[in-house]
Ligand binder design. Structure first.
Ligand code: SIN
Length: 291
């Protein structure tokens, strides 16, 4: 297994692994260390099936069954289908997943260590792949914060709410997401997390407060909280933190859901795109596994 960094901000290719064969403990430790160091890891040309994909995901922690999981692979409620493909006029996947900056599962009591996507179908126009996934580096965003902001927010928490992103998507013209049911809202009540989170692999602080789900800074006057959130959202969206992944079919993309946030670009219309996805809860001792 070889790790080839692909960008100055985030990103590395991991070559020499066929993920259909479970990585050894030593290889897995190397993957975790690379995840901490590079945030977004691409394993090219993977051909494993849904069982093997889910088993690879489960090495990282408990697999989430998404509360609004409308579409999943047969027999695998934890493997979501993200796709714009229609069959008999009906969607076979969630067509607008992730189209807005966010960090998956920051709305959960147990946050997520990583997402893993397997690209089955990548839209292409004039030889150019479409439907990129963009990332921003939240280790760097924390590092760059002015000292007075670090001091003001030290020890503070923010509230994250699943419904914020869902309802934002529903408000877009033509969106077909159904409203969340009362039962779904009750299963994912708003939760608080530290704004400066210590990353379980790197041991360094990250700015853990994403525009997709964060709704307020706890214990702060509402106007001050809105202004501070606005500041943090603008700060972390600077171009210097940006990394873009251009997909190739067969890519497995594994990304850090604590040290990065992401956005799926919707520039492909009805050109077919099909991704399998697992979201992995941070339920393991990553420092020990990466040692
Ligand atoms: C996601 O937010 O997990 C979806 C990303 C993508 O489809 O590119």
């Amino acid at each position: 297994m070889e790790i080839k960094p692909t960008g100055p901000v985030l990103g590395a290719d991991i070559v020499g692994l066929d993920l259909a064969t479970p990585p050894t403990t030593a290889e897995f430790g190397g993957i975790l260390r690379a995840l901490g160091a590079h945030g977004v890891l691409r394993f090219p040309a993977q051909t494993f099936n849904t069982d093997q994909f889910a088993a690879f995901g489960a090495r990282f922690g408990e697999l989430e069954v998404n509360v609004a999981n409308l579409f999943h692979e047969p027999g695998h409620p934890e493997v979501m289908i993200l796709s714009n493909i229609l069959k008999d006029g009906k969607p076979i996947g969630l067509g607008d997943a992730g189209q807005g900056w966010h960090t998956d599962m920051s709305y959960s009591e147990t946050i997520s260590i990583c997402n893993i996507l397997h690209a089955q179908k990548v839209p292409v126009r004039d030889g150019k792949p479409l439907g990129d996934t963009q990332f921003r580096n939240l280790h760097a965003a924390y590092e760059d914060l002015p000292d007075d902001i670090k001091t003001r927010l030290a020890g503070r928490t923010a509230t994250h709410d699943f419904a914020k992103f869902w309802d934002m998507m529903r408000a877009r013209p033509g969106n077909t997401r159904p409203p969340l049911t009362e039962a779904q809202r009750a299963r994912k009540p708003a939760v608080s997390h530290p704004i400066f989170m210590t990353h379980p692999i790197t041991g360094k602080k990250v700015l853990y407060c994403n525009v997709g789900y964060a709704i307020r800074i706890d214990g702060m006057d509402p106007a001050e909280s809105d202004a501070m959130l606005d500041y943090l959202f603008r700060h972390q969206e600077q171009e210097k933190y940006l990394h873009i992944h251009h997909w190739t079919e067969g890519d497995v993309l594994l990304w850090d859901n604590i040290g990065t946030m992401h956005n799926a670009l919707a520039d492909y219309g009805d050109i077919p795109r099909y991704m399998r996805r697992v979201q992995v809860a941070a339920t393991a001792d990553y420092a020990a596994m990466a040692a």
